[in-house]
Design a protein. Structure first.
Length: 131
């Protein structure tokens, strides 16, 4: 059972969470979020793997460095990509994108699913950094 981690995250709006979805310029529109985080790229990548493991997901690391996974959120399985880019030795940017949404998801549900996955990784990082 996953608690919704949004209430527990200590990362405020100043950390760069974009409330509006970011759409790519490709033919298919990709829904994504990005967030500045106060940890190394390596720690953030391990957090993504740990969260996906906890959710029982199948995933693979793509050649470009992103982590692609099929994740069940809101009762629907969609394809997502997670990426972490390094800013400094101790700060990174976490990217979560929905690559291929499950059929029947509304735009609001797509946004909620991407935000849930972002919040899950942030909550996990908060827990690890607090211990």
């Amino acid at each position: 059972v996953h608690q919704h981690p949004a209430e527990h995250s200590r990362h405020g709006p100043a950390c760069g969470l974009m409330d509006k979805p970011v759409f790519g310029r490709k033919e298919k529109q990709v829904l994504s979020l990005k967030r500045n985080i106060d940890c190394s790229r390596r720690m953030a990548a391990y957090a993504v793997f740990d969260v996906l493991d906890q959710m029982g997901c199948q995933y693979q690391q793509a050649v470009a460095g992103d982590i692609r996974a099929e994740v069940k959120v809101l009762g629907h399985t969609s394809q997502y990509a997670f990426a972490v880019t390094e800013e400094t030795a101790n700060t990174s940017i976490l990217h979560v994108s929905m690559l291929c949404p499950a059929r029947g998801l509304t735009e609001e549900e797509k946004q909620l699913a991407v935000r849930y996955l972002m919040d899950s990784v942030l909550y996990y990082l908060d827990e690890v950094l607090a211990s």
